[in-house]
Design a binder for this molecule. Structure first.
Ligand SMILES: *Cc1c(COP(=O)(O)O)cnc(C)c1O
Length: 384
């Protein structure tokens, strides 16, 4: 079948996407109104500056919706991310929040894009940073958090231990740079208390360093619901505000949510290409936009859809458990988690994987020739 090239396509519903495209290829669906709603809720609830973590979903449709909702600050980790944000939004503010940067990337970030804020977690990186970008900058010292409550622990790779963090802050200050402190409790962290514990560590490091702190960046990690319930975002904000007040942290707070802003606002629409009893072979998988189902063991909400006489509707009837295989020839391309779907589902039906805005289109590979390049916008707040 000839693939339709869909440019800047807008649809009023998921049903309309299926009725108009009858897609035999996977479609990444963006719901701008949902993205805007989540961004506005975070902006109004969080007591500080909100940076969107671009790596979570760098699709321009997503970035534009978040910008329209009022996001002006972006957590970027590479030169291409910085370039993209600068191209899209003239008044955006980027932060170079990767603790390991090449000299070339630092030079462009500093000289071409004029970035001011840079994360470090090691003395050799501070040397490199000052060497290339000078000291008229804000050095954000990323500290390790060791409380291990998230699905993805990010402190096994990055973050200075407390003594090193104190030394880094002192040295950056001695060289004439301004200083800030950052942490990340880990992605998909369901426990608000992880933020309080990390803030206690940060407060102690700040006290020992004894240098002025421009801001405390409490990172991302805010969870969304994949199968098991998570506390509402307001529970996280309450804990953070209380910890800030109890610890006497009077500097501005920053946060870098990725998942909490983007997850709810996108779906992956995949088609069943073959059914073998309890096994479904679909056209997206472990190497595509659905990678995080495997990596995080997540169970996003799904629904099965069918086109009959030009009209799209749900596949109804009793459900059963299915194994789902992706499109590549690799035998690892099968989800470890199994999914409950109507027993009547078969070739040509679609599965909408909902809440797939985070770590999806930004993580896909082109392995075996399978790559999702059709992105559409769907109106409305309920994603119907
Ligand atoms: C990945 C990342 C984020 C976003 O994390 P989420 O769990 O998606 O909120 C924020 N900050 C840094 C430094 C990151 O690496």
């Amino acid at each position: 079948m000839v693939k339709l090239v869909v440019k800047e396509a807008r649809f009023s519903s998921v049903a309309e996407v299926i009725e108009r495209l009858n897609p035999s290829y996977p479609v990444f669906m963006v719901f701008p109104e949902i993205l805007k709603d989540r961004a506005r809720a975070f902006l109004s609830g969080f007591p500080g500056t909100v940076l969107y973590a671009v790596k979570c979903n760098p699709d321009p449709h997503v970035l534009r919706a978040l910008y329209e909702a009022g996001i002006r600050h972006f957590d970027t980790a590479s030169l291409p991310e910085i370039a993209k944000i600068n191209e899209l939004f003239a008044d955006a503010h980027c932060y170079f929040n990767h603790p390991v940067k090449s000299r070339g990337a630092l030079e462009s970030a500093s000289d071409v894009y004029g970035l001011e804020d840079y994360v470090v977690d090691h003395m050799a990186e501070l040397d490199k940073l000052c060497d290339v970008a000078g000291t008229d900058i804000i050095v954000e010292v990323r500290i390790a958090t060791e409380h291990g409550r998230a699905v993805y622990d990010l402190s096994s790779k990055f973050g200075a231990r407390s003594g090193d963090a104190v030394a880094l802050l002192g040295e950056a200050n001695r060289r004439g740079a301004r200083t800030a402190v950052a942490f990340h409790v880990g992605s998909q962290c369901p426990d608000p208390d992880a933020y309080r514990l990390a803030m206690i560590d940060a407060a102690e490091i700040i006290r020992q360093a004894g240098v002025p702190i421009e801001y405390l960046d409490i990172g991302g990690g805010f969870p969304v619901e994949y199968g098991s319930p998570v506390p509402p975002m307001t529970a996280f904000f309450d804990v953070i505000i209380r910890a800030r007040d109890e610890l006497g942290l009077s500097m501005p707070l920053y946060a870098e949510p990725g998942r909490a802003l983007s997850a709810d606002g996108c779906s992956v629409l995949a088609q069943v290409q073959l059914r073998k009893d309890g096994d479904l072979y679909i056209n997206d998988g472990v190497y595509g936009c659905l990678a995080e189902i495997q990596l995080g063991g997540q169970k996003p909400p799904l629904r099965a859809l069918r086109l009959a006489n030009g009209k799209c509707g749900p596949v109804s009837g009793a459900t059963r458990t299915f194994r789902i295989f992706g499109p590549t020839c690799d035998s690892l391309d099968v989800f470890k988690v199994q999914f409950e779907l109507p027993d009547g589902i078969g070739e040509g039906d679609w599965i909408e994987f909902r809440r797939m805005g985070a770590y999806s289109i930004g993580m896909q590979t082109a392995f075996n020739g399978f790559f999702t390049d059709t992105v559409v916008e769907v109106a409305g707040l309920n994603g119907a």
